[in-house]
Design a protein around this ligand. Structure first.
Ligand SMILES: Cc1cc2nc3c(=O)[nH]c(=O)nc-3n(C[C@H](O)[C@H](O)[C@H](O)COP(=O)(O)OP(=O)(O)OC[C@H]3O[C@@H](n4cnc5c(N)ncnc54)[C@H](O)[C@@H]3O)c2cc1C
Ligand code: SF4
Length: 318
C-alpha cells in the first residue's frame, strides 16, 4: 500500500526548490518509478513535490546545435520526435504505451537503481536480512561488499551519455549546466549526485551531422521489461574514418559505463574496426549478479549488441 504523504503542486521552479527543502520531501514527475518504490518501502517520502503544474519544463525543440528536452517531456512524446533517432528509439523501448504517456525524461534520468534483492516486497527483503540499499548492512550480490552495486537500468542515459548530453540543474544557489555523466555517483544506494533540494530542468543533446548513434537493448520480453544490458554506440565520422567513438553500457552498474576508445581515432571504419570496438567493450564490461539473469550470458551478449548497433548504422559491411 502507498504510505500516507502530502502532495504539493508548485507552479514555479523557485516554489519547487522551496518545497523540496522540507524534511522528507521528494520530487515526483510521472510517478511510474517512485510510486512502486514507495509502495514497497524501497523509497520513503513525507511530502511529494509534484512537477505536474510546473511551467517551463515541457519544451522539445532543436535550437542552435542542440536538441533541448524539458525534464517533464513524456517518453511517448520523445519517442515520436525524429530529431535524434537513437534517442526516440530508446524511448520507444521503455515499458509500455500507457507508462510512456506518463513517464518523463527527467524521471528516466533519475530512475532508482535496480537489484534482484531490492525490487521485492518489504516482507521478502526482511526475510533475506535486508541489504545496504534499504535497512541492512550487507550486500547479497558482492560477498563482503561495503557499497551497493545495484544497476542503473534506465534506457535513455546510455544513449545520452554516448552523445555527450548535458543537463540543466536548478538549486537554491542558482542554475548550472553539467555533463549528464556527472549526475551519477556510482553508488547504487545513493545513485545521483543531486542534493535533495535540486532538480533537473532540461537535457541538451549536441546535434552534429557527422555523428551517428544507435541503441540496443537486451531483455527477456520485447515489452514492459527493463534492460538486462543496454548498449549505446555513438560515432563521429571524418569521411570513412573515425573522429571519435563512444560505447556506453546500462544495466550493469550503478552508473552508465563508458569504454575508453581514444586510440581508435583516425582509424578506418570497417568490419575489423567494429570487431576491435566489440572486443574492447567485452573486456571492459563485467556484469554482476544484480539482475535475475546469468551474468556470463549478459557478458557474452556485449559484443553481439555492439556489432548489432554498428550494423544498424550501416557501418560494418566492408
Ligand atoms: C512496468 C514498468 C516497466 C518499466 N520499464 C522500463 C524500461 O524498460 N526502461 C526504463 O528505463 N524504465 C522503465 N520503467 C521505469 C519508469 O517508467 C521510467 O524510467 C520513467 O521514465 C520514470 O519517469 P517518471 O516521470 O515516472 O519518474 P518518477 O517515478 O516520477 O521519478 C523517478 C525518480 O526521479 C526523480 N525525478 C523525477 N523527475 C526529476 C527531475 N526533473 N529532477 C530530479 N529528479 C527527478 C524522482 O524524485 C524519483 O526519484 C518501467 C516502469 C514500470 C512500472
Ligand atoms: S547490490 Fe547489494 S546492497 Fe545493492 S541492492 Fe543489491 S543486494 Fe542490496
Amino acid at each position: 500500500m502507498l504510505p500516507e504523504c502530502d502532495v504539493v503542486f508548485p507552479e514555479t521552479v523557485e516554489q519547487a526548490l522551496e518545497a523540496l527543502s522540507a524534511e522528507g520531501a521528494r520530487l515526483i514527475a510521472g510517478g511510474t518509478d517512485l510510486v512502486p518504490n514507495l509502495t514497497r518501502g524501497v523509497s520513503r517520502a513525507r511530502v511529494l513535490v509534484s512537477l505536474a503544474r510546473l511551467a517551463g519544463l515541457d519544451g522539445l525543440e532543436a535550437r542552435g546545435n542542440a536538441l533541448h528536452i524539458g525534464a517533464r517531456v513524456t517518453l511517448a512524446r520523445l519517442a515520436r520526435d525524429p530529431t535524434v533517432s537513437a534517442l526516440s528509439r530508446a524511448a520507444a523501448m521503455i515499458a509500455s504505451p500507457q507508462i510512456r504517456n506518463t513517464a518523463t525524461v527527467g524521471g528516466n534520468l533519475c530512475l532508482d537503481t535496480r537489484c534482484v534483492y531490492v525490487n521485492q516486497s518489504e516482507l521478502w527483503r526482511g526475510a533475506n536480512g535486508f541489504c545496504i540499499k534499504t535497512a541492512g548492512a550487507v550486500c547479497h550480490v558482492v560477498e563482503g561488499g561495503k557499497s551497493c552495486v545495484a544497476a542503473s537500468a534506465a534506457d535513455l542515459p546510455p544513449v545520452l551519455v554516448a552523445l555527450d548530453a548535458t543537463i540543466d540543474v536548478a538549486s537554491p544557489s542558482g542554475a548550472r549546466t553539467i555533463a549528464l555523466e556527472q549526475l551519477y555517483s556510482n553508488n547504487g544506494a545513493t545513485p545521483l549526485s543531486l542534493a535533495p533540494d535540486q532538480l533537473i530542468t532540461a537535457v541538451s543533446v549536441p546535434l552534429d551531422p557527422h555523428t551517428r548513434a544507435a541503441y540496443r537493448k537486451l531483455r527477456v520480453r520485447q515489452a514492459i521489461d527493463f534492460a538486462l544490458l543496454g548498449i549505446a554506440v555513438a560515432i563521429t565520422l571524418d569521411g570513412d574514418r573515425c573522429a571519435s567513438v563512444r560505447v556506453v553500457a546500462g544495466g550493469l552498474a550503478p552508473a552508465p559505463r563508458r569504454v575508453k576508445l581514444d586510440e581508435l581515432r583516425g582509424e578506418r571504419v570497417d568490419r575489423a574496426f567494429v570487431e576491435r570496438v566489440a572486443e574492447r567493450a567485452e573486456h571492459a564490461f563485467r556484469p554482476l549478479d544484480n539482475v535475475a539473469t546469468d551474468r556470463a550470458w549478459r557478458r557474452a551478449m556485449v559484443p553481439v549488441l555492439v556489432r548489432d548497433a554498428f550494423d544498424e548504422l550501416g557501418l560494418s559491411a566492408s
